[in-house]
Design a protein around this ligand. Sequence first.
Ligand SMILES: CC(C)(COP(=O)(O)OP(=O)(O)OC[C@H]1O[C@@H](n2cnc3c(N)ncnc32)[C@H](O)[C@@H]1OP(=O)(O)O)[C@@H](O)C(=O)NCCC(=O)NCCS
Length: 125
Amino acid sequence: MILGIGIDIIEVARIASSYEKFGERFVNRILYADEIAYCLSHKNPAPFLAVRFSAKEAISKAFGTGICAQLGWQDMEIRRKESGEPFVVLHGKGKKLFQSRRAKRLLVSLSHTANYAAATAVLER
Ligand SMILES: CC(C)(COP(=O)(O)OP(=O)(O)OC[C@H]1O[C@@H](n2cnc3c(N)ncnc32)[C@H](O)[C@@H]1OP(=O)(O)O)[C@@H](O)C(=O)NCCC(=O)NCCS
């Protein structure tokens, strides 16, 4: 049973500009160390950073909370399987929210071009 779906699209330039302006302080607020390391392993990290930002917003919509006191950036982590398929690891309040909804699965899908990054999320019981 589907409990919620979420979608998000973001201009890569917006994230690139925040990264240029605030650097590590910005990415550390949004992303986990492994997420950052993966993004920075690319010559142009901006689309990879942007899509992870987008994925977290999409997940927050699937929960119906938005990014808020109940679900912060650091309560969600996007990881990759060997194949490249992304998956979500919830931490702290994210884990609690997931349990409180009696959810069983949280799926994400990511896409990016040079200009836009988009993500969808599905929360299932
Ligand atoms: C919910 C949230 C993710 C929406 O994202 P957004 O970038 O503001 O807006 P988007 O264009 O992607 O999405 C807008 C749509 O989200 C949907 N939405 C709004 N609140 C929602 C919620 N609680 N649950 C699910 N969907 C929601 C609505 O359908 C809305 O469309 P509408 O305004 O036409 O009704 C956003 O409110 C949020 O929590 N953002 C945190 C972002 C932040 O802190 N940024 C600071 C920069 S680090």
